[in-house]
Design a protein. Sequence first.
Length: 219
Amino acid sequence: MKRKFPLFLVFIFGIMAIVPYYIPHTTVQNFDNALRNDFLRVVTAFAIILGLVSLIKVHQDKIKRKRENWPYSYVLIISFVVSGAIGLFGGVEGELFLPTSIAGLQFDIQTLYLNIIVPLGSTMFALLAFFMASASYRSFRARSLESSLLLTTAFIIMIGVLPIADKISPHLPAFAQWIMDIPNVAAKRGITFGIALGGIATSLKIILGIERSWLGGKE
């Protein structure tokens, strides 16, 4: 029963999510809107709570067992507690439990986001540029026909978008744009179709109970 009931729920709600796309009746559409706007919000709220509790437990265990990079778990937990406290008990002047500033330092979610999260994200993207350059160097080595085509195309695109491209050849920018608009889009569409078909196949396997790995165990 512990395994059949979740499979039953997945089957029912999976069918309920598919039906509105094929039956445009007002009753069906209204029911689908109510399901998405009300029920899914409740499920999402509980899922977020479950995920946060699981995250805290994982990092508590990591600290307890002194696993690799365990000091960073303290950073995560402290950041979680501080941001959660500000979000729950902070507010605007006259409607707050926590101060919005301490010794002239602003103490709210927006300030923390702009002064901590945004600089960290910028730093991460700046570091990624070096990793991308290294990966490109390894990938673009002309060891085969495919890698040679990749190298040639990348070279044309990089040169074609530069202001100097017009001086090299007046047709180079247009050719680089043609590569981006025609072959690139065609390849992206093929990949998108493949992803869509794979998603449909996986969804049907889960809805019909063929794929049960999400239940845990080997069955």
